[in-house]
Write a protein that binds this ligand. Structure first.
Ligand code: ATP
Ligand code: MG
Length: 554
């Protein structure tokens, strides 16, 4: 019932109308990436939207590589795209297609248009075609080759295919309307001569179809019912419709546009990312400060958190930017119950419990996640020598500082009350060791309630601590300070990555698996890096801190 009440988005409304009117029997959607780079968070939106609609209406979701332009496409990208789409949980089953496998059908489709008198071979140069095209306010001029006979066109087009003409010397154009107010309809080029080796078809073809001609054919061949794309293709829709109509497909696909996802404080432009990678400013396309899907995965974002984010964002018809903090809110929310909460000290100083027996190690029970009983309990070692966070001690505390300072008593999480007695410093005046005494009566879980303390701090037992590198991330650019400098270069945040060595983790972390996410108690969510981590030198990425500026519904 609740579902019924929830309002449907405009695409769902279109689909439901098509189903109700019997125009569409089965909903078929597709995600059509061009394998010319890594997928990013914007693509995730398209993937989850298309997959989600197919699932919602009991239909089918295809993954199709839109590989009709060989210059920029690579097999490496095909592999990364397959991995990313699977990771997001968009199940395409065995329906992985390549537009390049339809080149024969596209060629036949072009021949069909020629035979119908709807396409012609044109010898104008690219510059001349542009000149003849006209402007937004002026109609175009017809090509002098527009009225070639069908026979001549068939022969010339076959010659183009057979390599009889040099690159760029001839094109095949749709014969539509040079006076159309929509420039896309002014006899657009649909095939060009270009000798390029294709990652899939090799050197079989020296003519390649243009996107606006190829895409509707790909959709029609696969029986796509709703071809969902982003707003910049709105003006191309009349051409899309023309192609499927002239080719007389029985169940022509319908193009629907929605607004692209833009995020604040991140970089999505391929051009900028490429430069950051090439200049060595980031560590490859999966650097955790980027928002490629590979980077988000490496940083520790879960597929569920990305799904939740897309649900919150919704879909719309107008472009706008979404606050990055909303994505952070989603991953926090997702990990809240899923991630175990262990103790880790990122900026350690020593804590010595002077009245605790020298070689004693006590095992203490500790809940893995206080908010999720099902996560169970583990035992952690406690001893005379511990590590605590540097900022959990202050020699001269300000008001309302409830953590350790000389004379003050705090609770060591899951352990005992300790009272600070003194501290040691190095020659620069930095605190190295804090001394305290403990009260054996105050053991956690013992029911002790004779007195209360205001502060609880976390700690790690020195004798079994694991040394780790921790990478703290901030946004790579700050929207409020401006993403770009005056010279057009990126205004990078110098603190986007801070590396901490010698962090101390409780020994439970020895079992962490690459990619696994944890809460470092009181600190944030972190994930074991899947690229640089080794068993001797674990590396943890901060996914997100615990505090948020974002509130849902804000
Ligand atoms: P980019 O230039 O950012 O890589 P693109 O559109 O060139 O994007 P394609 O591989 O052609 O990349 O896109 C595949 C699909 O993903 C297309 O249907 C496209 O509309 C969609 N898409 C791309 N960027 C976004 C975005 N920011 N939000 C939603 N969908 C997107
Ligand atoms: Mg593209």
């Amino acid at each position: 019932m609740a579902e019924e009440v929830m309002s449907k988005n405009f695409i769902e409304q279109i689909i439901e109308k098509d189903l109700a009117e019997g125009k569409v029997k089965k909903v078929v959607t597709r995600f059509p990436p061009e394998p010319n780079g890594y997928l990013h968070i914007g693509h995730a939106k398209s993937i989850l939207l298309n997959y989600g609609l197919a699932k919602e209406y009991g239909g089918q979701f295809n993954l199709r590589f839109d590989d009709t332009n060989p210059t920029k496409e690579k097999t490496e990208f095909v592999q990364s795209i397959l991995e990313d789409v699977k990771w997001l949980g968009a199940d395409f089953g065995d329906r992985v297609f390549f537009a390049s496998n339809y080149f024969d059908q596209m060629y036949e489709a072009a021949v069909k248009l020629i035979k119908k008198g709807k396409a012609f071979v044109c010898d104008l140069s690219a510059d001349e075609i542009r000149e003849y095209r006209g402007t937004l306010t002026e109609p175009g001029k017809e090509s002098p080759y527009r009225n070639r006979s069908i026979e001549e066109n068939l022969e010339l087009f076959e010659g183009m295919k057979n390599g009889e003409y040099p690159d760029g010397s001839k094109v095949l154009r749709a014969k539509i309307d040079m006076a159309s107010p929509n420039i896309n309809m002014r006899d657009p080029v649909i095939y060009r001569v270009a000798r390029m080796t294709h990652h899939n078809t090799g050197d079989k073809w020296c003519i390649y179809p243009m996107y606006d001609f190829a895409h509707p054919i790909e959709d029609a061949i696969e029986g796509v019912s709703h071809s969902i794309c982003t707003l910049e293709f709105e003006d191309h829709r009349p051409l899309y419709d023309w192609v499927v109509r002239e080719l007389e497909y029985e169940n022509p696909p319908k193009q629907i546009e929605f607004a692209k996802l833009y995020l604040t404080n991140v970089i999505t432009g391929k051009r900028y990312i490429k430069k950051l990678v090439e200049d060595g400013i980031v560590d490859g396309w999966d650097d955790p400060r980027l928002v490629s899907i590979a980077a988000l995965r490496r940083r520790g974002f879960t597929a569920d958190s990305i799904k939740k984010f897309m649900e919150l964002v919704g879909i719309s018809k107008s472009n706008s930017s979404v606050d990055y903090a909303m994505l952070e809110y989603c991953v926090r929310d997702d990990l809240k119950l899923k991630a175990n909460r262990y103790m880790a000290v990122v900026d350690p100083i020593k804590l010595v419990i002077d009245n605790y027996p020298e070689d004693q190690v006590e095992m203490l029970d500790s809940a893995n996640n206080q908010e999720n009983e099902a996560a169970g309990v583990r035992q952690i070692p406690f001893s005379k020598y511990l590590y605590i966070e540097r900022d959990d001690f202050m020699e001269e505390p300000p008001k309302k500082y409830f953590r350790l300072f000389p004379g003050n008593e705090v609770r060591l999480m899951n352990a005992y009350f300790v009272t600070c007695t003194s501290c040691e410093k190095d020659e620069n005046g930095n605190v190295t060791t804090v001394h305290c005494t403990y009260d054996p009566e105050t053991k956690s879980g013992s029911g002790f309630n004779a007195r209360k303390v205001k502060g609880t701090i976390h700690w790690v037992s020195a004798e079994s601590a694991i040394d780790a590198e921790v990478r703290l991330y901030e946004n790579i650019v700050d929207e409020e300070k401006g993403k770009l400098n005056e010279d057009g270069s990126l205004n990078l945040n110098p603190n986007s990555l801070v590396v901490k060595q010698g962090c101390k983790l409780e020994k439970t972390f020895a079992e962490a698996k690459p990619g696994e996410a944890f809460q470092f108690v009181r600190n944030g969510f972190f994930c074991l890096d899947s690229k640089d981590s080794t068993s001797d030198h674990p590396v943890y990425n901060r996914i997100v801190s615990l505090k948020s500026s974002y509130k849902p519904g804000k």
